[in-house]
Design a binder for this molecule. Structure first.
Ligand code: T5A
Length: 211
């Protein structure tokens, strides 16, 4: 049997890293034991280098990163990951839990940066074709809570330094997509971690019954 690709999306500090372990634990309870984790951008040697270029201000402090450059680096990292890691894993029956995927580019570069969705769609079709997650869990928090949580971690990275307006646009895009795409399920990430874990268990259990 082929593996499945489950993606966790949401604003910074929504709890994606924490939730990926909850998802894995639920899968194991349901008999899925071959699981790997990925993060985007990243999870291959080249994609991790691109991640540093995208996130770290010190790398490019004297040069403005053009929005298209950022988008193209993200798709370069994504296709490296899909072809070298995700597809081979799915083929050998391993399930993949992804911390972010294509929806992040639509939300951050499309809605946040203002690059046309039509352009992103055409780029996506050309680069990754019809490859798409089996399930996306969108962890919903307000931009204010997101900023409060990430500020606790210390210095912000290049994208985290964006304005509240930027993150409001990103969140609104996620919320619109939840309404239009039945493969995206929303989880309230402002509640306690215990309550979130309960919700994740329930949503995954219901989804697994349909597979
Ligand atoms: N990006 C990425 C794009 O712009 N376009 C793209 O196409 C892609 C793929 C990635 C950056 O790249 C951008 C988006 C990002 O800016 P990243 O460091 O991977 O950079 O950023 P995130 O993916 O957002 O990861 P974070 O670590 O910031 O957020 P998480 O993983 O959602 O949050 P987590 O689990 O580490 O938790 C953060 C803190 O919040 C607390 C945790 O204890 C932790 O301290 N927390 C809670 N506190 C209270 N209640 C809860 N329910 C909590 N859940 C977590």
């Amino acid at each position: 049997m082929k593996g499945k690709f489950i993606v966790i999306e949401g604003l910074e500090g929504a709890g994606k890293t924490t939730s990926s372990h909850t998802v894995a634990a639920t899968l194991r309870k349901h008999g899925v034991h071959k699981i790997i984790y990925t993060r985007e951008p990243g999870s291959t040697p080249l994609a991790e280098k691109l991640r540093q270029l995208i996130k770290k201000t010190e790398v490019t402090k004297n040069e403005k990163i053009i929005h298209y450059t950022e988008l193209l680096m993200l798709y370069a990292a994504r296709i490296q990951l899909i072809e070298n890691v995700i597809k081979p894993a799915l083929t050998r029956g391993t399930w993949v839990i992804g911390d972010r995927h294509d929806l992040s580019s639509q939300a951050y570069q499309g809605e946040g940066r203002g690059i046309s969705h039509d352009f992103i769609y055409r780029l996506k079709k050309e680069v990754i074709g019809n490859f798409t997650p089996d399930l996306t869990l969108y962890l919903d928090i307000t931009p204010r809570i997101s900023l409060q949580r990430i500020k606790k971690r210390g210095q912000l990275d290049r994208i985290e330094e964006e304005s509240l307006h930027f993150f409001t646009c990103v969140r609104n895009y996620y919320l619109t997509m939840v309404k239009t795409n039945h493969r995206i399920k929303k989880i309230d990430a402002t509640q306690s971690q215990n309550k979130m874990t309960e919700d994740l268990h329930r949503v995954l259990k219901e989804w697994l019954q349909t597979q």
